[in-house]
Design a protein around this ligand. Sequence first.
Ligand code: AMP
Length: 279
Amino acid sequence: MRVLHSIAEMKEERRKLRGTVGFVPTMGYLHEGHLELVRVARAENQHVVVSIFVNPTQFGPKEDYASYPRDTERDLAMLKKEKVGIVFMPGAEDMYPARYSTWVDVEKVSERLEGAVRPGHFRGVATVVAKLFNIVEPTKAYFGQKDAQQLVVVKKMVTDLNMNLEVITVPTVREPDGLAMSSRNVYLSPQERKSALVLYKALTLAQTLWDKGQTNADLIRREMTALIESEPRVAGIDYVSIADAETLEELPRIDRSALVSLAVKIGKPRLIDNIILAS
Ligand code: AMP
């Protein structure tokens, strides 16, 4: 496994690769969710490149960029076990040198849900992903359904900018009790860890109501919200959304594929999760 720290080295190594390249962009502090992306990439490509880069431009000024969990040694050991060929770990000064000034703005789908609560977040995401795609030149890039809106934004960017790669969606990997795996789960106290399950419970409730024939999105949102609010350590709900899975516009009635998504603060940590209700 080669660990490359500069953009120049990565480009140089890329030139030497023949055949298909699967790419998994991450911010590190890896868990089984990330490894699932790596395994799918491994199965579908001759080479696998994983990037680890905590991207400063997708964090708001009051967010957790400085305290985002990092453990490079552990990450590299995990990736070695998965037989990854190249790990790309650029420095922030290499990615954003002085006087850096170019940004990718995916309008509309970036403005809702996470984008409404975290202004500028998806501008940072789209920009870094576009840069990484240009550096790594993957055949296919792998993203988790866990970050559903990120997938919508990245897919739209790839289509709109005629980028030469395929974006692959990998289903959300969960803990045995249903909690979606996330690097931020380490912030949860044991008590909060128990309360965090309410996100999955609310999504399961939506699925059950839908399975029983309920199509009134307002009613499902209300039931989900009531369930979440009944959980003691919930410190705030940013959104409970049932939206068109493609445009992310809120639906009054579920008459097409719907993304049911939510963002909830459990104590200090802020968790997100989602499911798709396929019409
Ligand atoms: P991150 O390191 O949080 O930026 O995540 C890197 C990639 O891993 C993104 O495409 C995420 O959607 C994906 N990912 C994170 N958690 C999970 C999970 N529990 N299941 C599947 N994919 C995930």
